[in-house]
Design a protein around this ligand. Sequence first.
Ligand code: TRP
Length: 337
Amino acid sequence: MTQTTKPKIIVSGIQPTGGLHLGNYIGAIRNYVTLQDEGRCFYFLADLHAITQPHVPAELHAQTREMAAALIACGVDPDKAVLFNQARVPAHAELCWLLNGTARMGWLNRMTQWKDKAGKNSEGQSVGLFTYPVLQSADVLLYQATHVPVGEDQKQHIELIRDIANKFHHDFAPDVFTVPEPLIPAIGARIMSLRDGKAKMSKSDPSDMSRINLSDSVDDIASKIKKAKTDPEPLPSDLAGLEGRAEARNLVGIYAALAGTSEADVLRDFGGQGFGSFKPALADLVVSIFAPITARFKELCADTDMLDAILVRGASRAREAAGPTLARTYEALGLVK
Ligand code: TRP
């Protein structure tokens, strides 16, 4: 009952590491845009998370700005949402430290993102990479978030945030934080590489042909889709026919997500046709959505003063919003009276 009457508070972050691609757009960013009209939104560039792995200090701020431009180009409106970078809001680092007393080693050890990123060399990783999910918890809990829009791969981190909030309430004081829910898009949560239907589309894939970037030209987009890996069979006319055809399924999924229809509908229209006719239709659809975003992105990137001003203003709104929760956390732990 209370859940439905409470206004939604939506919090999400994105790391400012390199360019945005189609997978980020479909999996997260366009939901950011829709959600702006459904509640109070806080969207931030996770620059404090970016330093948990090797980075180039001279490039970090420019990358943060560029990611802000990308979000705005996709439709995030800094007048509707609070848009900022973590580093300008010290409460994120402070609350992370306070929550380090509640998070358990065992919980963090089980995080699959930690295991994937650390690989065989966990001893050589930064402590920050290990406690990355605790900083993520601080990001969300500071603003009393009710909902956290993320991709499927972040589900486990949101579970951890809930565990930390519940343990804190149990150990120290009830109701300091709101226990948030993940918001995972039903369609398009997992956009795969154009070269390998079993690997996620990712900015860290060495092959640029594997992804469509926000900065790609119309020709790049068309040629990447034309060369996307497929199989020789025509498209099936129902979902069962996509079984075992990861690459075909990915392209159909991208089409459905961008056209706002279901995969079944796409197959109803294209079933029986070969990729020779499906790929150009898909390329047209991607271009129709990406071309205006790309143009706006380039314009915005040229105005660094304006981008900085947006981030400074967002940070001041974020600091104000974060203050009360941070103060209550210090009190609950007995650090201040
Ligand atoms: N870890 C997230 C990712 O890799 C980024 C992130 C950092 C985040 N802090 C967050 C997402 C808080 C949601 C809420 O995508």
